[in-house]
Design a protein around this ligand. Structure first.
Ligand code: GLU
Length: 304
């Protein structure tokens, strides 16, 4: 449906990215994704971009985007080029959505939250066949089909999902008119020429949906690596929703040291005068993605 050639056969120069949602300052969990994507890009001589995923104003914390950029700068996680703000990309998402609609790949869905809940984990396609236009607010869903999407994850190994059966038709524009993460991330990964996506394991089950959408749009598919997600004492993913503490920049070298350890690397213990930058430099020179564990088995308080 688009004229863009498929670039899968070309050897593209490495472009990686870190794509935080500005719902609060970085905590140790989000720092792991930042450092892993940074090290993998730099160790491969690649570019490393930062994209601010500020698409969901109700969930955002005032000042968080600036705080995150400040934290990255203090740690020496220097990005290339300008930060891309998703809030500046609404025209691009609108255009892609219109193309999907014109191609007959989407439909409007006004199912209520309770109706969707009653369907279980997978949306049953109830609105696919509707003829009458919705009378109330509606979401836009992408039609999926029974197709196996395979991922050869750098860290987790082979991962397979049948998007039609395991995920079902998914939302690309929400009922509240906001573009869905799945659409925006795919449009922007393509726009920014991303070749490698290194991010948290919690997003691995989104990857097949993203690949499915890339294929619909005849986009390039990046390579993926999902790093383990750190959990708190209760076994919950360290996240802003679970009130993870912001990282403490007073001890930046130690913090990077802990991050490297968590990622299965064996950095030397930082001396009293070590900087975060010197720890990162060690990380670039010695980065071994094969050593990154599949699962997080080290609680943060057990790291030295
Ligand atoms: N913005 C997402 C998050 O903070 C990450 C998106 C991605 O890396 O694809 O969880």
């Amino acid at each position: 449906m688009m004229s863009k050639p498929n670039r899968d056969d070309e050897i593209l120069p490495y472009v990686g990215r870190f794509a935080p949602s500005p719902t609060g300052p970085l905590h140790f969990g989000s720092l792991i994704a930042a450092v892993a994507s940074y090290l993998d890009a730099r160790a491969n001589g690649g570019r490393w971009l930062v994209r601010m995923e500020d698409l969901d104003p109700p969930r955002e914390a005032p000042g968080a985007a600036e705080q995150i950029l400040q934290q990255l700068t203090t740690l020496g996680l220097d990005w290339d080029g300008e930060v891309l703000y998703q809030s500046s990309r609404l025209d691009a998402y609108t255009e892609v959505l219109a193309r999907l609609q014109e191609g007959g790949f989407c439909y409007n869905c006004d199912c209520t939250r309770s109706q969707i809940k009653a369907m279980g984990a997978v949306y049953n396609g109830a609105c696919r066949q509707r003829i009458t236009p919705p009378q109330q607010e509606f979401a836009i869903r992408l039609k999926t089909e029974s197709v196996k999407i395979n991922l050869d994850d750098f860290i987790q190994g082979p991962y397979q999902q049948n998007v039609g059966i395991e995920t079902g038709d998914f939302v690309v524009r929400r009922k509240d008119n906001l573009f869905a993460y799945q659409l925006a991330v795919v449009v922007d990964d393509e726009y920014q020429g991303i070749t490698h996506v290194i991010r948290g394991f919690d997003l691995i089950d989104s990857s097949p949906r993203q690949i499915f959408l890339q294929q619909r749009l005849q986009y390039h598919t990046p390579r993926y690596g999902h790093v383990p997600v750190i959990v708190n004492e209760m076994g919950q993913k360290l996240s802003k929703q679970h009130f993870a503490a912001p990282i403490d920049l007073k001890n930046a070298a130690q913090l990077i040291h802990q991050t490297l350890q968590f990622l299965g690397q064996s950095p030397p213990q930082p001396t009293q005068f070590a900087t975060a930058q010197s720890q990162l430099q060690w990380g670039i020179e010695n980065w071994d993605i094969q050593a990154v564990p599949k699962l997080a088995n080290i609680p943060q308080d057990k790291l030295e």
